[in-house]
Ligand binder design. Structure first.
Ligand code: GAR
Length: 199
């Protein structure tokens, strides 16, 4: 069985969309894959409750308890590796996980570490993407699912969805419409990777 480990920091609506899709489309039968664990760096992340309700193991790893990024990432990898076997490496899915990862961590999971970012990368890496898209006068915004590399919000693009920026749009309204698209494309992109991985 291939394990999917999802990392969150907050609401976890993308994680929930992936879990619902895995249940609905029976990923366990189709790809021999399951969402095995949800890890949050914040103990009050709402998504942890959803995961528990769906019978998924949860872990909290508080980044403030670590002196360095290297120490935090090593502890994170130790949890992930419980779900990893040489025969069946885990798929690691960042879903609103708001931590910058070290090059050692991204290299360790290269090719099986995904992220979702609320912009049409390579435009607007980093924070406040919707506000920046509106301020730049963009007519279209959107979302990108990509494989994670050492460089923040870069890496091979797996999927994108485009959302028009409306006259008088606010960052909040645009974010809401983009998020609806996120919930469509992230589960599909993860399923695509599972299929590619031959499971
Ligand atoms: C999503 O919009 C995701 O694209 C964004 O955080 C939100 C998390 O929502 N991620 C980033 O900004 C990463 N750079 P969720 O917790 O409800 O999935």
């Amino acid at each position: 069985m291939k394990n999917i480990v999802i990392l969150i920091s907050g609401t976890g609506s993308n994680m929930a969309a992936i879990v619902r899709c895995a249940e609905r489309d029976r990923w366990s039968a189709k790809y021999a894959a399951r969402v095995a664990c949800v890890i949050s760096n914040k103990s009050n992340a709402r998504g942890l409750l959803f995961a528990k309700e769906h019978g998924i193991a949860t872990e909290v790893l508080d980044h403030t308890a670590f002196d360095t990024r290297d120490a935090f990432d090593a502890a994170l990898a130790a949890i992930i590796d419980r779900y990893d076997t040489p025969d069946s490496p885990a798929l690691v899915v960042l879903a609103g996980f708001m931590r910058i990862l070290t090059p050692g961590f991204t290299a360790k999971y290269a090719g099986r570490l995904t992220n979702i970012h609320p912009s049409l990368l390579p435009a607007f890496p980093g924070l406040h993407t919707h506000q920046r898209a509106i301020e730049a006068g963009c007519k279209f915004a959107g979302v990108t699912v990509h494989l994670v590399t050492a460089e923040l919000d870069h890496g091979p693009i797996l999927a994108q969805a485009v959302v028009p920026v409306l006259v008088d749009d606010t960052p909040e309204r645009l974010a809401e419409r983009v998020l609806a698209q996120e919930h469509q494309i992230y589960p599909r992109a993860v399923a695509g990777l599972l299929q590619q991985m031959g499971h």
